[in-house]
Design a binder for this molecule. Structure first.
Ligand SMILES: *[C@@H]1O[C@H](CO)[C@@H](O)[C@H](O)[C@H]1NC(C)=O
Ligand SMILES: *[C@@H]1O[C@H](CO)[C@@H](O)[C@H](O)[C@H]1NC(C)=O
Ligand SMILES: *[C@@H]1O[C@H](CO)[C@@H](O)[C@H](O)[C@H]1NC(C)=O
Ligand SMILES: *[C@@H]1O[C@H](CO)[C@@H](O)[C@H](O)[C@H]1NC(C)=O
Ligand SMILES: *[C@@H]1O[C@H](CO)[C@@H](O)[C@H](O)[C@H]1NC(C)=O
Ligand SMILES: *[C@@H]1O[C@H](CO)[C@@H](O)[C@H](O)[C@H]1NC(C)=O
Ligand SMILES: *[C@@H]1O[C@H](CO)[C@@H](O)[C@H](O)[C@H]1NC(C)=O
Ligand SMILES: *[C@@H]1O[C@H](CO)[C@@H](O)[C@H](O)[C@H]1NC(C)=O
Ligand SMILES: *[C@@H]1O[C@H](CO)[C@@H](O)[C@H](O)[C@H]1NC(C)=O
Ligand SMILES: *[C@@H]1O[C@H](CO)[C@@H](O)[C@H](O)[C@H]1NC(C)=O
Length: 692
């Protein structure tokens, strides 16, 4: 009984939703090509040469994008006084009449991107000045210079968001954004800005988000926009980033300095809320260890700030660049694609909240794991493509990587990792150790407890789900290499000779494996066919680039979806029984680059009809001395082969029969003619005693 009201409610809700949707559809009438719905008139891409005059006067939103309007006249919008949002993207607009927005007192969002407003910018500026309530203005892609932009924005004090992206602005002085006291968001990306005068943003106390990406800024010094939450200066030519000294609290949370030419770690505010710092693709390094100096004078850089006749000197200690920065809230740090050869002592300690650290593509040679370094909160650590040859683990640090979930050590020069490093990381789910010349420790007991052993032990890392050991030069696997693990993804590709004819070493993880890659490992069918019957959860299996001569065996409740058998030595397609069983779940199978015998492809038709062969057009077969695409074979493949077989048999018969007959006749003639004397001669010379 209690359920009844609930059912009723649900039913009623359902009905209203249905009704609303249907009524909406009914309302969505079209008028002169425009869709009308809930006060929105959508006239995009209708090839209109003027603003339609027959839309409901109560329209609040008017979308006119991609119409060749060219000009907005005084009267163009006169009939729509309730307009709140107007979009004129790509309308070839060159001219906006002074009084075009006269009636639009309510307009709060105006989008004018990708037009030609630089043509008569003074008129346009005059038209904009009437918009006292405008909050969002998009002027991107209009070839505007800084003077034009300044004029257009003059006195639009209600603006909260402005985009000037993709224009031709080169310098910013303190007059451009004058009087925009409520501006929160400013997009200046993709201009040619090479200089920003001190004070250019001084009149913007509410500014929160500033995007200067894709400009030509050579440096940012004395950065003092304490109110800013996010600053994007990516894709410039920055060599320096230096926040103003002093104790002021910066609101800065996200700083993107990626794709620049920074040589030093940025000199960040002493007090900030920074949680995301992006430094990818610069030329940064730490240098103290490279210079063997003990005198502090040699470690400082002095910046001269000149403002009129005043010169200020700021001295920074380059070798301790990070030490004065406040990094305590930092969660995401991307330092990939730089020149870091080492991380100074205490560097990571300054970031207790760090959860993601990307050091991909640097020159790191050694990793030291100490107390709080890396910090305990770290969940993702990417050290791929460095020159790491050693990992040092300070003794007596149980659970030092306890939060770590993903650890990428791909493409380094590691031979092994310290005993227990992975075992202590109780949340570690993904390890990528591909392209290191490691070997797997033979038996747990063999380990040398001190130092870095020359092997890696993954046994009993129960949390691990995904492991890549591609191209590690692993020797033949031991039967217990994956003991105590519940892997779902395993990549063992490119380790030639790894399995020595049998997949027995994988049986420990067979029940859990979902994705298995055994590309280029030198598997051959050898003495018995490969049997994947115990792999009950396997979805994706890559066996390409091996030497299989027979189709692997799958039995039981199979969930296999993708199977790759390219570049093997298969001579026959999977038999009907096998393929039918497989096709239950299989969605994609790759079969090309195998030397199939054209006469053994009877099942081709059936396979083709299942639409699972992804490389159908590339499957070829060997027909005597030719290679033929299976798709090009005439309908009855077997007939061709039968004909070929019959043909060959006949040929042999035709060739051999006359010779035999001739020989027989010759022998008879000789026998009859010479009889005894010749026979005796032969017998004497060659001792053929038994033939005749
Ligand atoms: C309303 O209709 C739209 C498309 O016409 C559909 O995507 C949406 O899911 C529907 N909503 C409901 C609540 O049925
Ligand atoms: C448009 O209106 C403005 C005043 O709002 C007026 O000065 C101007 O002459 C008008 N333009 C045309 C073409 O009527
Ligand atoms: C902008 O406002 C200032 C003062 O509020 C005024 O003197 C000036 O004429 C205005 N400019 C325009 C173009 O409206
Ligand atoms: C900075 O701007 C670039 C270019 O628009 C963009 O790709 C990048 O995602 C932005 N960075 C952040 C942190 O949003
Ligand atoms: C660095 O200094 C130490 C002792 O001060 C000295 O032994 C070493 O050779 C120096 N290395 C370089 C590269 O100058
Ligand atoms: C120079 O320093 C003084 C005092 O520290 C400060 O008031 C002034 O704004 C600074 N000038 C520049 C251009 O940094
Ligand atoms: C700097 O210039 C201002 C005027 O621009 C002048 O009053 C002041 O005396 C000058 N200071 C120095 C140190 O020259
Ligand atoms: C590890 O890094 C390499 C190279 O940067 C990348 O190709 C690979 O996808 C990463 N592995 C994981 C598991 O993210
Ligand atoms: C490979 O297997 C064969 C036969 O099972 C065995 O004799 C040989 O020792 C194995 N090789 C290695 C390296 O385990
Ligand atoms: C047929 O397949 C064999 C491999 O079994 C290969 O060596 C040979 O080159 C192929 N024949 C032709 C004509 O391609």
């Amino acid at each position: 009984m209690e359920l009844l009201p609930l059912w009723l409610c649900l039913g009623f809700h359902f009905l209203t939703v249905e009704w609303r949707n249907r009524s909406g559809n009914v309302m969505a009438t079209s008028q002169g090509g425009c869709e009308l719905l809930d006060g929105v008139a959508d006239c995009r891409g209708q090839n209109l040469a003027s603003v339609p005059s027959n839309l409901p006067p109560s329209s609040q939103t008017l979308l006119l994008d991609a119409n060749p309007l060219k000009t907005l006249w005084n009267h163009s919008l006169q009939r729509y006084p309730l307009l709140e949002s107007l979009s004129l993207h790509s309308c070839h607009l060159e001219h906006i009449s002074r009084g075009a927005f006269q009636e639009q007192a309510r307009l709060c969002s105006l989008a004018l991107p990708d037009n030609s407003l630089s043509e008569s910018y003074k008129e346009t500026a005059a038209a904009l000045h009437g918009l006292r309530g405008l909050r969002r203005l998009d002027l991107s892609g209009n070839s505007l210079t800084e003077d034009m932009a300044a004029l257009m924005l003059q006195n639009l004090s209600s603006l909260e968001s402005v985009s000037l992206a993709r224009n031709t602005i080169m310098r910013l002085d303190d007059s451009v954004f004058e009087g925009l006291g409520r501006l929160r968001e400013l997009d200046l990306q993709r201009n040619y800005i090479f200089e920003i005068e001190g004070g250019a943003f001084d009149g913007l106390p509410e500014l929160r988000h500033l995007n200067l990406a894709y400009n030509n800024l050579p440096c940012i010094v004395d950065f003092a926009l304490t109110q800013l939450r996010s600053l994007n200066v990516s894709y410039n030519v920055l060599e320096w980033f230096l926040a103003s000294g002093g104790e002021a609290t910066f609101e800065l949370e996200t700083l993107d300095l990626s794709h620049n030419r920074l040589l030093f770690f940025p000199l960040l505010p002493q007090c900030s809320k920074l949680h995301t710092l992006l430094l990818r693709d610069n030329n940064m390094g730490f240098y103290r260890d490279l210079y063997n100096t003990s005198s502090p004078q040699e470690m400082v850089a002095q910046f001269l700030f000149m403002d009129g006749n005043v010169t200020n000197i700021s001295t920074v200690n380059l070798w301790e660049e990070f030490s004065s920065s406040d990094l305590s809230d930092l969660r995401f740090l991307d330092m990939s694609q730089n020149q870091f050869q080492y991380l100074p002592d205490g560097f990571l300690k300054k970031m207790p909240s760090l959860s993601h650290l990307n050091l991909n593509q640097n020159c790191l040679m050694t990793l030291h794991i100490r107390e709080h370094e890396p910090p305990g909160a770290l969940t993702e650590l990417d050290l791929s493509q460095n020159q790491l040859s050693e990992v040092h683990l300070a003794p007596g640090l149980p659970g030092c990587l306890r939060s770590l979930r993903s650890f990428n050590l791909s493409s380094n020069q590691l031979l092994g990792v310290p005993t227990g490093l992975f075992a202590d990381a109780s949340n570690l789910a993904t390890i990528d150790m591909s392209h290191n010349q490691i070997s797997l420790c033979p038996r747990p007991g063999d380990l040398d407890p001190g130092g870095t052993p020359g092997c890696v032990d993954f046994r009993n890392v129960a949390s691990l789900r995904s492991l890549s050991l591609e191209g590690c030069g692993l020797g033949a696997l031991q039967d217990c290499s994956f003991q105590g693990m519940a892997l779902t993804h395993l990549d063992l590709s490119g380790n030639w000779g790894l399995l020595n004819g049998s997949i027995a070493p994988l049986w420990d993880i067979a029940p859990t494996l979902q994705v298995l890659s055994l590309r280029n490992v030198g598997l051959s069918s050898g003495f018995k066919e490969l049997d994947f019957s115990g792999f009950g959860n396997l979805r994706d299996l890559d066996l390409s680039g091996n030497a299989l001569t027979s189709f692997p065996r799958f039995r039981g409740s199979l969930v296999l979806q993708t199977l790759d058998l390219r570049r093997n030595l298969l001579t026959a397609l999977p038999q009907r029984a096998v393929s039918e069983q497989l096709m239950g779940s299989l969605r994609t199978i790759y079969l090309s680059q195998n030397p199939y015998d054209c006469c053994g492809v009877e099942d081709w038709g059936a396979l083709q009809r299942l639409h699972t062969v992804a490389d159908l057009a590339m499957v070829t077969c060997n027909l005597s001395s030719r290679i033929i695409r299976l798709t090009e074979l005439p309908g009855g493949v077997p007939q061709v082969c039968k004909w070929e077989r019959v043909d060959m048999g006949l040929l042999y018969l035709v060739l051999i029969l006359p010779s035999c007959l001739t020989l027989l006749v010759a022998c008879t003639v000789i026998f009859l003619t010479f009889r005894k004397p010749l026979l005796q001669v032969i017998k004497n010379r060659c001792h053929w005693s038994s033939i005749y």
